[in-house]
Design a protein around this ligand. Structure first.
Ligand SMILES: Cc1ncc(COP(=O)(O)O)c(C=O)c1O
Length: 284
């Protein structure tokens, strides 16, 4: 069965869902996006995703093409038009179509595109043995809090990771602080505390990051949002998070084992808490 997409007011079979060549999303990567998980018809944190989309639009002076409430309805509609149980819904908003010029024509209508596909399951192997990663000096732009469709640096980072036989590349700032991955947020357990980079222009405010911090605090873990380095003394575990993979332990970075090189108790506990929350959502 062919998937159904939404493009600027129309629901269309995916193969017929096209956008004009002069759309600024294509010409300049002038747009933003969201990826939302849906489990058995129930959306994970739909409102926070749409609010983050609104933040991304606002920061680059694009008006959301419709209200958050209408967008919420549209997300439900596209899900129902496709027969998937667990799905990932992509929303893309671009500045719209205009003859190619860097200068923004204020009368432009933003483009709104929704697509979806089946939610992938993380491999048992990654859960059991942990993921692996490399680090790279951050060569992305200075507003990583905006979920921009300009993902070339992330594509290159991920490709380097894959070509070196690992799962993810983590970005380091000029002082060597660990920021986040190409498509994940990053955490460490240092002297028993859960540490992650604070929300600023260097990282995306991940929806799964938020869930993990909430679950950690509810379990009486000490959570500290501060810059940190991979060579700090006392690191026993690392883990990464994203909507599509929930939480995965990271057991080797740049060829060096983290802790004892196996998934640790904090990652195990937090992953279980997150999976319980996702299962509860699915059964709602
Ligand atoms: C750079 C970056 N950081 C973090 C994340 C994780 O965000 P979320 O938990 O909302 O999926 C993503 C997801 O695509 C990302 O691209």
């Amino acid at each position: 069965m062919q998937l159904i997409a939404y493009v600027n007011g129309n629901f269309l079979p995916l193969d017929e869902a096209t956008i004009h060549i002069e759309d600024r999303g294509f010409q300049f990567a002038d747009g933003v996006y969201e990826v939302i998980a849906c489990l058995g018809g129930n959306f994970l944190d739909l409102r926070p995703h749409l609010e983050r989309l609104n933040h991304s639009c606002r920061e680059i002076d694009i008006d959301l093409p419709c209200s958050i409430v209408d967008l919420e309805a549209l997300v439900h509609q596209i899900y129902l038009k496709n027969q998937l149980d667990d799905a990932m819904i992509y929303i893309q908003v671009t500045r719209g179509r205009a003859p190619r010029s860097h200068v923004i024509d204020p009368s432009m209508q933003p483009s709104l595109i929704l697509t979806l596909r089946a939610l992938p399951e993380p491999s048992d192997e990654k859960v059991e043995h942990g993921a692996t990663a490399i680090t790279l000096r951050d060569f992305r732009w200075g507003r990583c809090d905006i979920k921009s469709i300009a993902l070339l640096a992330s594509v290159m980072g991920k490709q380097q990771a894959v070509s070196r036989g690992v799962d993810e590349a983590f970005w380091l700032d000029d002082e060597g602080h660990a920021l986040e991955g190409c498509a994940t947020n990053l955490f460490a357990v240092i002297d028993g505390q859960l540490i992650t980079h604070p929300l600023d222009h260097h990282v995306l405010g991940g929806i799964m990051r938020e869930m993990i911090l909430r679950q950690a605090k509810a379990s009486d873990m000490t959570v500290v949002e501060r810059p940190w380095k991979l060579n700090e003394a006392g690191i026993s575990e690392c883990m990464m998070s994203s909507t599509t993979n929930a939480l995965l332990p990271v057991c080797q970075i740049d060829g060096k084992a983290i802790g004892n090189g196996s998934p640790g108790p904090v990652a195990h506990q937090l992953r279980q808490l997150v999976l319980n929350e996702l299962e509860a959502l699915r059964n709602q």
